[in-house]
Design a protein around this ligand. Sequence first.
Ligand code: GLV
Length: 387
Amino acid sequence: MPVITCIDDLKRLHRKRTPKMFYDYAESGSYTEQTFRENTSDFAQIRLRQKVAVDMTGRSTRSTMLGEEVAMPVALAPVGLTGMQRADGEIKAARAAAKFGVPFTLSTMSICSIEDVAAHSDAPFWFQIYTLTDDDFNKRILERARAAGCSALVITVDLQLLGQRHKDLKNGLTAPPKFTLPVLADLATKWRWGIEMLGTKRRFFGNIVGHVSGVEDPSRLSSWTAEKFDQALNWDRIQRLMEMWGGKVILKGILDAEDAEMAAKVGADAIVVSNHGGRQLDGALSSIRVLPEIVAAVGERTEVWLDSGIRSGQDVLKALALGAKGVMIGRAYIHGLGAMGEPGVTAALEVIRKELDTSMALCGERRVADLRRENLLVPKGFFEAYE
Ligand code: GLV
């Protein structure tokens, strides 16, 4: 087993071992990828304040998210096509998360179905939906999620249409892949992926195929979003989806304090400050830059979490110190999965927990709940740079 020291180690292996179209799907932003790049470069501008001679014994990264006990406040974000990064990918990620003690979120655009993940993992997981026009589909999928014991619903509010990712178009992204010559040439070097994939029946969008009609090519994410996503979405409609579910709801994809106000008003139990990993509105600000304003606006009324740009425990510390109660990671665990399957997801979580724990200690903190703005050094004007 290779020595894994950081998420970048897993990323390199992910790239080496996974077909190009799926690695690229994960590692892309929309259009010029400005927001995708700034999600990480903005984190890098923030520094940590070292404190010495502080008792650092008895530390813990434990916390709660939505009242659920977590080993650290880091949940696995919903990621489409996870079961294409590695055979049975969603099941592997859900099991790794359950063993580690962090929440796993299953995407509607998963390869393994809700029922399949529930049957192969012990812990309840969260389920993510998009905002679709088709209420019959919405009702049925929510019923399926309830029957599978999902403990919260994540509603993605920033994807009424799909931001264009150039690489997906150039690669002809589909699930399963269509065997064109370039795809076959690429697969010749990804034998491990191919062998595992031949050994599973889970190669289609498990929540969609057989459950939805009238989509021109159900193997394409872009046809599904173009044909079924609700471009007329408004807050009443979001509220209706929340009522249809009737349980805990996380609204994911908030980047603006006014939108956060609306989310709190409709009763979201948590919101995720997110630009969808830089995959939707290219040119939007990084999540970390807008976090404090949103925490100030609604942090007393709803749990504020952050995603987009987290690649280390130091990043987690920065988000928590700026008022987030938790974070979600997408690419960081997908790199682990693509690199080494279930043990790779565990490795990603271990890397992040160790980095968080060590950085907390060297900042003189013993509990995540104690992290605060004073633990950071932020460039002057960083949060006021844009208006
Ligand atoms: C889907 O949500 C995607 O970002 O591809």
